[in-house]
Ligand binder design. Structure first.
Ligand code: NDP
Length: 321
């Protein structure tokens, strides 16, 4: 079968399609025939070495598909089940082996494409909006990269929870997409200084929380926009890793909280993975919309990475084996 194999770290060119052995499930594992794999920014960090992974490896943490084989001791999945996952490396392949307790059943009425499109970014948006800083109707938040995968889902969830939502985006076309997702104030930060524009719209320090997946380019200016005891949730590095933050920055800006959360710590227990997924699927049935901005065949995965890193994508990018 075909899979993408990374044998050395580097740019998109290190993503190479190869013929590899069929995966065989060990105890507690299942083989999933991949319908669609999700492209995520973390795949670029694995490829470049920002987040270390042993070589060689097949990238991709997220996919949906059908269980085609189950190993011994598997009780939570069976052949024929429609499933999705988002924490098991190896998704850029025709078939992949996954710890069965990481598989989430995809309910009827949710397509496999949409399931692949929401697992990683949707569960991330879910924990950010409900746990990192639980939003409610009194909250005002900023979501950076509002037309991206996490950004569009987080904007919709924040609106659903009653918050006032500001977003930043790189282009006018992305601004339209962010507005359509419900953002109250959209700032084109490639053109305007976002901190200045925020102050014009909302006053000195309007935010209870800033959700920042852009990282290096935006986190420092965000501290000055948070209210006393507000929360800076720096959850990604799209523009590069954030420089170390002096704790005195947090006190001088008003006893701020600074957190660097990851999805893995919010779905480590199977019960939590299932509970968050169930609410996500429920919200999808109740109108949470999923934007699949592009689909690439497995053989064109280099192009998919270039598009994501080149800020050319909106919403979710899927890879078809
Ligand atoms: P997106 O679809 O949001 O794509 C990234 C976006 O970041 C781009 O489209 C671009 O939007 C913006 N961006 C700003 N500066 C740059 C830059 N220099 N290079 C590239 N992009 C830039 O990606 P995801 O939704 O997959 O991920 C968003 C962030 O969230 C990433 O940093 C990712 O690592 C993080 N993440 C963290 C998780 C966690 O649990 N900690 C889980 C999932 C994602 P624009 O043009 O509008 O500026």
């Amino acid at each position: 079968m075909r899979a993408i194999v990374v044998r050395r770290l580097g740019g998109p060119e290190v993503l190479v399609a190869e013929e590899v052995d069929e995966p065989v499930p060990g105890p507690g594992e299942a083989v999933v025939e991949v319908a669609a794999a999700g492209l995520n920014f973390i795949d670029t960090y694995h490829r470049s070495g920002l987040y270390p992974v042993g070589l060689p490896f097949t990238p991709g943490l997220e996919a949906s598909g059908t269980v085609v084989a189950a190993g011994s001791e598997v009780t939570c999945a069976a052949e024929g089940d429609r499933v999705a996952f988002c924490t098991s490396l190896g998704a850029y392949a025709e078939r992949t082996v996954v710890p069965a307790d990481r598989l989430v059943p995809v309910p009827g009425g949710i397509s496999l494409d949409n399931a692949a499109a929401v697992m990683l970014q949707g569960l991330t948006a879910h924990y950010l909006a409900t746990d990192t800083y639980p939003l409610d109707s009194g909250s005002t938040c900023l979501v950076h990269a509002g037309a991206g995968g996490v950004g569009l889902l987080l904007t919709q969830m924040a609106k659903r929870l009653g918050a006032v939502v500001y977003t930043t985006v790189g282009t006018d076309a992305k601004a339209e997409i962010s507005e359509a997702a419900g953002a109250d104030h959209v700032i084109v930060y490639s053109r305007e200084d976002f901190a200045e524009r925020v102050r014009e719209i909302g006053g000195e320090r309007p935010f209870d929380v800033i959700y920042d997946g852009v990282g290096k380019a935006t986190v420092p200016a965000g501290f000055g926009l948070l209210r006393r005891r507000g929360t800076m949730a720096a959850f990604g590095n799209a523009s590069g890793a954030v420089e170390p933050v002096d704790p005195l920055v947090l006190s001088s800006h008003g006893s701020l909280f600074f957190t660097r959360p990851t999805l893995f710590d919010h779905v480590a227990a199977r019960s939590e993975l299932l509970a968050r997924s169930a609410q996500l699927f429920e919200w999808m049935r109740d109108g949470l919309s999923v934007r699949i901005g592009a689909r690439f065949p497995l053989g064109e995965v280099q192009e998919a990475h270039r598009a994501l890193e080149g800020r050319k994508t909106t919403g979710k990018v899927l890879i078809r084996p």
